[in-house]
Design a protein around this ligand. Structure first.
Ligand code: UT7
Length: 318
């Protein structure tokens, strides 16, 4: 029997506090008009003081476990994607493991910035297909508000905090059809954090050459989408739902246009969540599953691009 892996439950969590563009315009030289026109972002959620990536991930995980109707005893692996861990170590995944009361199995973080969830899903899928795990909690959670330079209008308006999770389990039925991961470290200086334990011994701030990242994103995303379709002998017209990383509405609509996909087949949350890095895909996925847009049997394509550069896609039969 071929071993497959399927998503059996999704969950997400957003910090309570919402910050609108108008509120940001009071502290940096920006405007609601500029942010909406250039990015599609209208607001973002920002973590409260003391509310950490692990807390957010924990809440998202509880909701995913509930949706999958499984208990923590049934989970044998936690893979958490984040670029904003609570601490340099231990991993945020082990903190979440502890918050969940899980003392068995294994938990680790992975770091691929905005592509983190696709990377984590690929790892979990491979663990299951290799027979090394049966039920994996896959989480993307971030508190980017903590690494933003709140005086830099070119970056601080773009990001938000949040988390999403899925339960991925061994199945006889097809689910994750394939995953495709890429990176090219030559472009590390276009999107990075100017600090870290081994360089500055500080946390640092996010720095981005926005227009250059934009140009690469459009090309890399289109190519990885086609790669994932070709690997499964599907056409662009076979896609039921595109669940993309949410960086900029212009990138989302551009990708949909290239795919010949109607705009209402793209799950969009960037207007309300802004860019939540590794959390953006599981947040969008959870929304579209819970409101009934994504239905059993449909073809769902997830894709992302982020710092590194890293990029990737996952094609899923729901
Ligand atoms: O998640 C990982 C992947 N990340 C991405 O995919 C992000 C990709 N990049 C982008 O989404 C866009 O490049 C941005 C949204 C970051 C920027 O949009 P843009 O249309 O590329 O604008 P720009 O950087 O070329 O800036 C245009 C102008 C500049 O002014 P001048 O030089 O023309 O006078 C900026 O200084 O807009 C100015 N500007 C702003 N104005 C008001 C930049 N940020 C702001 C701001 N408010 N917040």
């Amino acid at each position: 029997m071929t071993i497959h892996s399927r998503i059996s439950g999704t969950g997400s969590f957003l910090p309570e506090r919402i910050v609108t563009n108008a509120e940001l315009a009071k502290t940096v030289d920006t405007s609601d008009e500029w942010i909406v026109e250039r990015t599609g972002i209208r607001q973002r959620h920002i973590a409260a003081e003391g509310e950490t990536t692990a807390n957010i991930a924990h809440q998202a995980a509880l909701r995913a476990l509930d949706a999958a109707a499984v208990s923590i005893a049934d989970i044998d692996l936690v893979v958490l994607a984040t670029a904003t861990p609570d601490n340099t170590f231990p991993s945020t995944a082990t903190k979440v493991q502890s918050l969940l009361g899980m003392t068995h199995g294994a938990a680790f973080d992975i770091q691929a910035v905005c592509s983190g969830f696709v990377y984590a899903l690929a790892i979990a899928d491979n663990f299951i297909k290799a027979g090394q795990a049966e039920r994996v909690l896959v989480i993307g959670a971030e508190t980017f508000s903590r690494i933003l330079d709140w005086e830099d209008r070119t970056t601080c308006v773009l990001f938000g905090d949040g988390g999403g999770a899925v339960v991925l389990e061994k199945s006889e039925k097809e689910g994750i059809l394939s995953t495709h991961l890429h990176s090219d470290g030559r472009y590390g200086n276009l999107l990075y954090v100017d600090g870290g334990p081994s360089t500055t011994q500080s946390v640092g701030h996010l720095r981005m050459s926005g227009p250059e990242v934009f140009r690469h994103a459009v090309v890399n995303l289109a190519s990885v989408v086609d790669e994932s379709l070709a690997a499964n002998n599907y056409q662009r017209s076979d896609i039921d739902w595109l669940v993309p990383h949410q960086a900029n509405l212009r990138i989302l609509t551009g990708t949909a246009r290239k795919l010949g996909l109607a705009q209402d087949r793209v799950v969009v949350t960037v207007d309300r969540h802004a860019n939540t890095s590794a959390a953006s895909i599981p947040l969008a996925l959870d929304e579209a599953v819970r409101d009934g847009r994504i239905q059993e049997g449909q073809l769902v394509l997830m894709e992302a691009m982020g710092g590194g550069f890293t990029w990737g896609a996952a094609l899923v039969r729901w």
